[in-house]
Design a protein around this ligand. Structure first.
Ligand code: SAH
Ligand code: SF4
Length: 358
């Protein structure tokens, strides 16, 4: 007895896999481009009314939909909060199995950026992070990562017709390098010029410091930007905030960053969430400057969005921290503060939703 194969997401398929899927059903691979354009360039959430040539139309009618071999990843909007300045929108999206994830669309100075999640929850357990406090549910598939970009593109087209979404950051829920295969597969599709076409240099992968993942990016000369969340200048200071630091020590992490710089010649962005009394004193800033010596580095200072038990640094402490780094020759800026009411730390919309439903 043959067992019916599990339905697959059309969004999970890369371009060659779309060609193969058509060809294995006797449809010319010539039709792959039209299908790819509809799904990935036009960001269509429903292919029922799209105009296709008859062979492709027939294949879609037979193969795509509930109970058929393929489905489309189109998450349901479970909640949305706009920011007071109207430039940022945060979406809570519900996946097919009921898991919810956050996606943020940001627009400043006519530049639009989407912040996507790579996992439902996160296993890394950073103590100040709402996602970390929630724990890990599961990895996202490539299609579920790509679907967030399509959701943001449709929202942008509705609110600002003609504007393009040109930047992507993997700074939503989850640790991208704990789900590297799906993340890299999703980025192949997201950067494909036949579809979404976000340039690799406009894509940033943010990691808590998964050393094997950083080395993989270095050794494959990955075209994306790398951001490393540091938050601590000694093993003790960092491990107290970032438990993953016990697995990959600060020393190992910095060595991997040096290796990345040597192999790729690229700058690394170091993220530093300023937490009152934990990592915001001038001595820490001096140690950080010494740690980064010789690395092509840029430090992004992030004001903490308060979570259970943690408060953000005063702006005086933040300014002094920045002054020390700049004086040591380390480029250092504050993460965009506007729209922060909604852009809030990752996981905070989901956390507040869970609280309300209890
Ligand atoms: N897991 C990856 C990417 C997602 S978190 C990482 O840790 O880099 C993206 C960024 O948001 C990280 O730099 C993280 O430290 C920061 N962040 C998490 N919770 C925050 C909070 N409550 N306030 C400010 N930044 C926060
Ligand atoms: Fe995970 Fe990043 Fe949050 Fe740490 S800061 S728990 S790695 S999402």
């Amino acid at each position: 007895m043959s067992v019916a194969a599990e339905p697959r997401s059309l969004h999970d398929l890369g371009f060659p896999a779309v060609e193969e899927a058509l060809e294995s059903d006797g449809v010319s691979r010539f039709h792959a481009k039209a299908l790819w354009r509809a799904v990935h360039r036009a960001s269509l959430a429903d292919l029922a009314d799209a105009p296709f040539l008859p062979p492709l139309r027939k294949w879609l009618d037979l193969n795509v939909g509930e109970g058929k071999p393929y489905f489309l990843d189109v998450p349901e909007l479970a909640d949305e909060i706009p920011s007071a300045d109207g430039l940022t929108r945060k979406f809570l999206l519900r996946l097919r199995d009921g898991q919810t994830i956050e996606t943020v669309l940001m627009g400043y100075d006519n530049r639009h950026t989407v912040c996507v999640s790579t996992q439902a929850g996160c296993a890394m357990g950073c103590v100040f992070c709402a996602t970390g406090q929630m724990g890990f549910a599961r990895h996202l598939r490539p299609g579920e990562i790509i679907a967030q970009v399509h959701h943001a593109r449709r929202a942008l087209a509705a609110s600002h017709p003609g504007r393009r979404l040109r930047n992507l950051v993997m700074m939503g829920m989850g640790e991208p390098l704990h789900n590297s295969d799906a993340v890299l597969a999703s980025l192949d599709t997201i950067s494909d010029v036949r579809g979404i076409g976000i340039g690799p240099s406009k894509i940033a992968i943010s990691t808590v410091g998964v050393v094997p993942g950083i080395l993989r990016l270095a050794e494959t000369n990955s075209p994306y930007r790398l951001a490393v969340s540091l938050h601590g200048s000694t093993e003790e200071e960092r491990s107290a905030l970032v438990p993953a630091s016990k697995r990959w020590s600060l020393a190992e992490l910095i060595a991997a960053c040096r290796r990345y710089g040597e192999l790729t010649g690229k700058r690394i962005f170091f993220e530093w969430t300023l937490i009152e009394g934990k990592n915001d004193n001038p001595d820490t800033a001096r140690r950080l400057a010494a740690l980064l010596h010789g690395i092509d580095a840029h430090v992004n200072l992030i004001p903490l969005n308060p979570t259970a038990g943690y408060e953000g640094s005063s702006s005086r402490a933040g300014d002094e921290f920045q002054r020390v780094l700049l004086a040591a020759g380390i480029p250092c800026t504050f993460r965009q503060r506007r729209g922060i009411d909604v852009a809030a730390g990752c996981g905070m919309l989901k956390a507040s939703r869970l609280q309300r439903s209890r």
